[in-house]
Design a protein around this ligand. Structure first.
Ligand SMILES: NC(=O)c1ccc[n+]([C@@H]2O[C@H](COP(=O)([O-])OP(=O)(O)OC[C@H]3O[C@@H](n4cnc5c(N)ncnc54)[C@H](O)[C@@H]3O)[C@@H](O)[C@H]2O)c1
Length: 350
């Protein structure tokens, strides 16, 4: 079944397919792209899982009338992907679509394999079908697979993973993402497919689902609800503002070397408990509410197989493409908190 909505753009001028366009980073990329390239248009695909921000996507579509053609659909639907490539003359793909919540992957791993491995294989297969013409690749064709630092596994306190570090995923989520990456690599190595992979650290910013750490802390703290923190809370993550990530993806999409992998990190490591305390302080001050404080923190049993530390080296993307994170953590966090407070003002979390 093929379901299309908002059909209004002249079809000939479209060429970029963004999948997972209603998710956290997909929506932010859409905003970044529309702001950076006022003339360009996009084809967006999303299955609208529970993680999608449908309202957010609709608002951006209204504000950028006629610039997005949105298709509701599943990466697992090969026939639909085939239809999209025929109809819209797709010349490049940025694949954000994925199941992304590690906790869900521990409970229900199968859907992670279906979307993050078989879905990627479908996209690669269709792209190859339309881009490899008479044994020559279509000029300018590019496929960017959005992946994660979690594929490298866990680090001790020192050291960083580079693009050459071996894959060592631990959760079903990271294993499915590593498998998707290997499928892209197999297409590059076997067919000289014009693919690239980006591996990013933890993103924060607007439009993220409330199941993820930062939105969860904000939504619970403003209601004075306990904030569950896994184990001792000393797990370390490297936080990157989502709009900085979007800029890096844009650079890879436009100027990255085909076949390459690019790590994208924030160089901004925090353990979960320190991050939680920082956010509680910001919220307490903004809302002038002394009941938002550290007593809300509740330690709960640790996540199974919880990785201790992620850390990646972004030297390659800095040297080759001139990218580096620009938004300070204080600025990014304040903007993020303001965005969620406004959202909850319109519709309080329950
Ligand atoms: N959020 C992070 O901190 C982070 C960090 C590094 C890498 N990544 C990667 O970035 C990408 C985007 O992550 P996110 O945080 O925006 O995820 P998200 O869960 O917020 O959004 C994923 C989107 O993909 C859609 N989707 C899921 N399955 C689909 C399918 N089968 N077909 C079509 N659409 C489908 C969902 O409806 C949702 O809108 C993912 O590939 C993720 O692995 C995320």
């Amino acid at each position: 079944m093929i379901e299309l909505i908002y059909l209004s753009i002249p079809l000939s001028i479209m060429s970029i397919l963004i999948t997972g366009v209603a998710g956290f980073i997909g929506i932010n990329f859409l905003e970044y792209y529309f702001n950076t390239y006022p003339e360009e248009q996009i084809i967006g695909l999303d299955k609208f899982t529970y993680a999608a921000d449908k309202k957010g996507l609709k608002k951006i579509m209204i504000e950028n009338k006629d610039r997005l053609e949105f298709i509701k659909g599943d990466l697992q639907n090969f026939e639909l992907l085939d239809y999209i490539f025929t109809k819209y003359d797709i010349k490049s793909v940025v694949n954000f679509a994925a199941e992304t919540h590690v906790d869900n992957s521990i409970e229900e791993p199968k859907i992670f394999a279906e979307t993050n491995i078989l879905g990627v294989l479908n996209l690669l297969t269709v792209a190859k079908k339309y881009w490899l013409i008479n044994q020559k690749w279509l000029e300018g064709a590019r496929f960017v697979q959005i992946s994660t630092d979690e594929v490298y596994g866990s680090l001790e306190r020192v050291g960083l993973f580079t693009e050459d570090s071996p894959l060592d995923p631990h959760s079903p989520y990271s294993a499915s993402k590593a498998s998707g990456d290997l499928m892209v690599k197999a297409f590059v190595d076997t067919y000289e497919f014009p693919g690239m992979i980006t591996r990013c650290s933890n993103n924060y910013g607007s439009h993220q689902h409330l199941e993820k750490l930062i939105p969860k802390i904000i939504s619970r703290a403003i209601n004075h609800q306990p904030i569950p923190i896994y184990g001792d809370g000393k797990q370390i993550r490297d936080w990157l503002y989502v709009q900085d990530h979007c800029k890096a993806i844009d650079m890879v999409h436009k100027n990255g070397t085909l076949g390459d992998i690019y790590n994208i990190g924030g160089n901004n490591e925090w353990n979960n408990i320190s991050l939680t305390k920082k956010l509680l302080q910001i919220l307490s001050q903004k809302l002038d509410d002394p009941m938002i404080n550290e007593t809300l923190i509740e330690h709960v049993s640790d996540r199974l197989g919880h990785d201790r530390r992620y850390g990646i080296d972004s030297t390659k993307i800095r040297n080759k493409l001139g990218w580096q994170a620009e938004t300070s953590f204080d600025v990014g966090l304040n903007q993020t908190v303001d965005w969620y407070l406004k959202k909850f003002d319109d519709k309080p979390p329950h």
